[in-house]
Design a protein around this ligand. Sequence first.
Ligand code: OFO
Length: 176
Amino acid sequence: MLSKAMTDQLNHQINLEMYSSHLYLQMSAWCAYKALDGCASFLSQHAAEEMTHMHRLLNYVQETGALAVVGGMEAPPTQFNSLNELFEQIYEHERFITSKIKDLVHLATVEPDYSTLQFLQWYVAEQHQEEFLFKGILDKIELIGTEGQGIFFIDREIATLATNPAKETTSMTPAV
Ligand code: OFO
């Protein structure tokens, strides 16, 4: 059985994962609008992944007998000055999500709630993977540059991430 504090914090995380999905879907739409089809495809796929993160939390809360609450949220931004700015925002957002997962792990540790602590290990590994992925994309953007044909090559490179998830794999890839 979850404590009230843990239920509230897990429900908040459900809402954050849904926001992540909305944010990446909106960013995908912006990329499609700018004819960056590779980035649009990658971000659309990533938006769908965020919904699986949300469902994993939702199921866990429900399995404990607590009431899962989806909640409402603000609309994500629709305009970005550049592709670089867009991926900078994603990287910052993922670092923010990591901090929220750490808060959850901290609460599970001090309560203590060993079941939730075990459940959260997937998210700890996932956030390591997410930060690695988006830092890697930012590094590529800096290396290739967005001037001239650079943006075309970046878009083509990011397209491969959508079709080849194995490229994201590291030693801390969470088990599916
Ligand atoms: Fe991007 O990992 Fe969930 O939020």
